[in-house]
Design a protein around this ligand. Structure first.
Ligand SMILES: Cc1cc2nc3c(=O)[nH]c(=O)nc-3n(C[C@H](O)[C@H](O)[C@H](O)COP(=O)(O)O)c2cc1C
Length: 296
């Protein structure tokens, strides 16, 4: 088995440069622990627990289900939190989640959406790592400016929030590699070994997987729904318009990455296959080392 070393695996001590997407609704210990146990960074989406005590219990549960690294996510609305008309949670609420997680010795935090520097600052004061996720290069640069330790840029191929100026993963990562100093995590449309490997070759230090996990056994939805997703024709006009022309609203249908998934498998099987496939490609290209590193 090949050893994978990138700036992100070094920072987070994960086996593979794979980060679980934040999942509103599903990002809970039972799903996330399987991702961590399979070698990636499982993510608990804190906002799935409106009650802080439930959040604390979930962190405890996660620690029972995995002894591997994991992180938490805080998703912000895509507008100003201080706008009282749109306010869903206050800045203090967000900071309370961070406080509680720090108390429970959580050291890896992901934020997404609107400017999260007030959260990043508290994470850093508590000695944690702060990875921010956004969709535009200018927001990635701004997060870097605010001290983020890494930035995830979601491409047009992905699911979730789309800005009208969203770029493709190809552009985000290759340009990001030139423009940013902090490590980049590629997200959007990645669902197989070639996509994974390409993202690293383009300059990413890890890959964030969302849709590709929707067809796994552990994803907490019915088999009926999963099978519907797995049979999605990603080349249809309807799907194309949904993915590429949809903008500004949160959109949680599977992305084009679902095209790479054709049967329901366990998360472990999915990740083992992804990594084995990447290793095989490298070997076929004549790569002889058992050690893949992006750090020179
Ligand atoms: C069902 C679902 C729920 C999601 N919920 C969130 C969320 O709450 N916060 C967030 O930042 N991203 C959310 N995302 C986006 C993912 O975290 C990730 O950025 C995206 O799925 C990456 O693109 P991909 O689906 O092509 O892999 C969600 C995605 C899906 C499919």
């Amino acid at each position: 088995m090949m050893i994978w070393q990138t700036k992100i695996t070094k920072m987070t001590k994960i086996k593979y440069p794979l980060i679980m997407g934040a999942f509103g609704g599903w990002g809970k210990a039972e799903f996330a622990s399987h991702f961590s146990n399979a070698g990636g960074l499982g993510i608990i989406a804190a906002l799935n627990f409106p009650d802080f005590n439930d959040f604390r219990k979930e962190l405890f549960k996660m620690k029972q289900l995995t002894d591997k690294p994991f992180g938490i996510n805080l998703s912000l609305p895509h507008s100003n939190l201080e706008n009282p008309k749109k306010k869903t949670r206050s800045m203090e609420d967000y900071l309370n989640y961070v406080e509680m997680a720090l108390k429970e010795n959580i050291t890896i935090f992901t934020t997404s959406g609107y400017k999260a520097s007030f959260i990043g600052k508290r994470i850093h004061e508590g000695g944690g790592l702060w990875f921010h996720k956004c969709v535009l290069m200018k927001h990635a640069l701004s997060a870097q400016n605010d001290g983020a330790d890494a930035v995830t840029i979601v491409g047009l191929e992905g699911t979730g929030f789309k800005h009208p100026l969203t770029n493709t993963t190809l552009i985000n990562i290759t340009m990001g590699k030139k423009l940013l100093k902090i490590p980049i995590i590629a997200a959007g449309g990645i669902g197989d070994s070639r996509g994974f490997l390409s993202a690293l070759l383009m300059g990413a230090e890890a890959v964030c997987l969302g849709t590709a996990l929707m067809g796994t056994k552990e994803c907490p939805v019915s088999e009926k729904i999963k099978n519907k997703w797995l049979h999605q024709d990603i080349f249809s006009k309807e799907f194309h318009e949904k993915i590429y022309l949809y903008n500004t609203k949160n959109f949680m249908a599977p992305s084009t990455a679902i095209g790479h998934c054709n049967k329901i498998v366990s998360l472990k099987e999915f990740i083992d296959d992804l990594m084995k496939g990447a290793e095989d490609i490298l070997k076929n290209w004549g790569f002889k080392s058992g050690f893949f590193k992006t750090i020179s």
